[in-house]
Design a binder for this molecule. Structure first.
Ligand code: GLV
Length: 312
């Protein structure tokens, strides 16, 4: 039998992944952290989510690392990550759809003043709010990979003027695009609802600081469904408190779980969700993983590979 496949995550017991992999590959030597990894020299492939630093380096014969998240910062944070072992990541249509739903939900809630109507209802007050036309509510999506493009397209389909910003230049029909450090301020200045789906890399850590928030128009709304590490929290709180920002929906944080005493929990203009914008679903994520296991074993080039230098 081929080498072992190890499920290296503490999020679940790994049974769901075992089922989908067996359905696609037949009998496999499948091991989990929870059930014990056995002789780790036999591990050929690791399916990993937030592995303990140094653990993957101890799998001496490993030939492929599969990130169980679309983001790979959890792997690249390990300074002992074995060099030369290819890293691939899941591409999950289910997760992509959930992410764009998350952004659209919070954007529409803000766009249609639902927070205010909820407060009015509690006060038994009949008070129509002033309406902003959809064609005047500008959406800006940071990050134009698979998730960002799907999200931007769906906003454009709803009639919002939509722009995207990415590290390198991209062209997408119906979306105004900006790129690089030079395009960043211009992108922010035309964005009423900012949606973050960037990967967390050396370049994007702390990118959303006081300067970036002040470049947004007054009253702008911020949706973070990417990584908390992009945000300088004191700067975001200051922008909210000064009412330069109208509000924020945050799914991801510098520290997760968000500590109980963190000001975000009780901030009147912040909505907090516990990193659920897009959950990996083995059913929709497994076809690409199975394809890569077959390719690896047949000596063919892998798909969905990650460049550790760019971080995605
Ligand atoms: C979730 O955060 C992911 O990276 O898929």
């Amino acid at each position: 039998m081929a080498g072992a496949i190890a499920y290296v995550s503490r999020d679940t017991d790994g049974v769901a992944w075992r089922k989908v992999l067996e359905a696609g590959l037949g009998p496999i030597d499948y091991r989990t952290l929870a059930g014990g990894l056995g002789n780790t020299d036999e591990i050929e492939i690791a399916l990993a989510w937030k592995p303990k630093p140094g653990l993957l380096a101890s799998f001496r014969n490993m030939r492929m690392i599969v990130s169980l998240g679309m983001g790979v910062d959890h792997l690249l944070a390990d300074d002992r990550l074995p060099e030369g072992v290819p890293i691939t990541r899941i591409m999950d249509d289910g997760l992509v759809g959930q992410m764009s739903e998350y952004a659209i939900y919070w954007a529409l809630r803000h766009h249609r003043d639902i927070d205010r109507y909820e407060a009015s209802q509690r006060a038994r007050t009949w008070k129509p709010e002033e309406f902003v036309d959809t064609i005047h509510r500008r959406i800006g999506v940071m990050g134009l990979g698979t998730i960002g493009q799907d999200t931007a397209r769906k906003f454009a389909m709803l009639g919002f003027p939509t722009a995207g910003w990415s590290r390198t230049a991209k062209e997408i029909a119906g979306i105004e695009t900006f790129h690089g450090a030079d395009g960043f301020r211009e992108f922010l200045a035309r964005t009423d609802i900012l949606v973050d789906v960037l990967p967390l890399t050396r370049d994007t850590k702390g990118l959303l600081d006081g300067k970036a928030f002040s470049a947004l128009p007054r009253g702008a709304y911020f949706i973070n469904m990417a990584r908390g590490g992009h945000v300088v929290d004191v700067d975001l709180l200051a922008a909210l408190d000064s009412e330069h920002l109208g509000g924020a929906a945050l799914d991801v944080f510098n520290t997760e779980p968000l500590p109980p005493d963190h000001p975000y929990w009780t901030h009147p203009r912040v909505h907090v969700t516990p990193h659920v914008a897009g959950a990996t679903n083995p059913r929709t994520a497994s076809p690409g993983v199975i394809e890569n296991i077959k390719r690896l074993r047949a000596g063919q080039p892998l798909i969905n590979t990650v460049d550790p230098k760019t971080g995605y």
